[in-house]
Design a protein around this ligand. Structure first.
Ligand SMILES: Nc1nc2c(ncn2[C@@H]2O[C@H](COP(=O)(O)OP(=O)(O)OP(=O)(O)O)[C@@H](O)[C@H]2O)c(=O)[nH]1
Ligand SMILES: [Mg+2]
Length: 341
């Protein structure tokens, strides 16, 4: 493949120029068309970084843990980019708070880049711009990209699914309930962490999670070709699929830097597993497919808005609502319209 960087500022991004990176990231956040040209120049250089999603219910210790993970990665001579995504607040409430601790711990280290992002418009938009920002950091050759996001629903799961490896954080609460089950984010975990292990109830949380993993209806969650599957324990051992990843529970006390190397070891093991099993490529393909389809969808919708008169669209919508025609017929009619124009 011929690799040529045609944009001078894309070249600066590749060399890790912080200002050039910040500028491009802002352009991406504003969804400026100019960013596309630079992203195209950078694209061949992406695909190297280990992208790690860190998600969990509010207050479980995501920011604290991400800081500790970053410090441990630095000890192992890895460069780190941190993206804190705060989908809940358009005014960057939690993201800013986490950032302040972060600045104290990690600022001044050239091997660490930190950026927080808050939702301006739709969550879909946030997922899209986050994906763009990850690419910039990837092209800038950071070894590991940590994405912190509050796990509260599908949009956050979408953001985390941009990752190669996903850490779901749980913290012992007052009751027995495991927050991530409620939020439906447990399924996306490659690594489970019970943070705040200094809390008296933490063993109970660990046991609950382990029980779910190992004995939950005699089945076990595994990641296979980018999808979470439930398989029988027996099938796992007799299928010759010994390359399948086993989700395990780790305990940390982020505020005392305890249990951190073990989590990084697990991350490194997961990365090695992804490469050895071919799943790294599978996930890249799945992500590429999703990205193309999303772009195509957005483009078709844009074309529709610019090419089909608003009255005509509204008439069709009214007709569908009034049950005069069905949605399929309406979509087909619009699609034919698009092709003709
Ligand atoms: N006791 C104890 N407290 C902790 C631990 N880790 C974090 N905390 C505290 O828990 C609070 C929340 O920590 P954060 O790291 O901000 O949690 P978060 O999940 O990023 O929070 P949001 O981004 O607001 O959802 C802070 O007061 C931390 O000091 C831990 O291991 N033990
Ligand atoms: Mg936080």
């Amino acid at each position: 493949m011929i690799r040529s960087t045609t944009s001078p500022s894309a070249e600066q991004v590749r060399q890790g120029n912080i200002r050039a990176m910040a500028r491009l990231i802002s352009q991406i956040e504003r969804e400026e068309p100019a960013a596309q040209v630079e992203m195209a120049a950078l694209y061949p250089y992406t695909g190297q970084a280990h992208i790690v999603g860190v998600t969990g219910a509010p207050g479980t210790g995501k920011s604290s843990l991400v800081n500790e993970l970053a410090k441990e990665l630095r000890r192992r001579e890895k460069t780190v980019a941190i993206v804190a995504v705060d989908p809940s607040s358009p005014f960057t409430g939690g993201a800013l708070l986490g950032d302040r601790v972060r600045m104290r711990d990690l600022s001044g280290d050239k091997g660490v880049f930190i950026r927080s992002m808050a939702s301006r418009g739709s969550l879909g938009g946030l997922a899209r711009t986050t994906a763009g920002v990850i690419k910039v950091l990837d092209a800038a050759a950071y070894h590991t990209i940590l994405i912190e996001t509050v796990g509260a629903g599908q949009a956050e799961v979408d953001i985390a699914s941009a990752a190669h490896s996903t850490i779901v954080i749980e913290a012992p609460g007052l009751g027995d309930e495991v927050q991530s089950i409620k939020a439906g984010i447990l399924e996306i975990a490659d690594i489970l962490v019970v943070n705040k292990a200094d809390h008296p109830n933490s063993q109970r949380t660990v046991k609950t999670l382990e029980m779910m993993l190992h004995f939950g209806s005699t089945r076990q969650m595994v990641r296979h070709h980018g999808e979470t599957m439930l398989i029988d324990d027996t099938a796992a051992s007799t299928n010759g699929r010994d390359l399948d990843w086993q989700v395990k529970v780790y305990q940390t006390i982020a505020t005392q830097s305890q249990g951190i190397p073990q989590v990084i070891d697990a991350l490194e093991a997961h990365q090695a597993y992804l490469r050895a099993s071919g799943e790294w490529q599978e996930r890249e393909k799945a992500r590429s497919r999703q990205e193309i389809e999303q772009l195509l969808q957005a483009q078709v919708l844009r074309q529709l808005q610019t090419r089909v008169p608003v009255q005509e669209r509204e008439q069709l919508i009214a007709a569908v609502a009034a049950r005069e025609i069905d949605p399929y017929a309406a979509a087909l009619q619009l699609f034919i319209h698009l092709k003709q124009n």
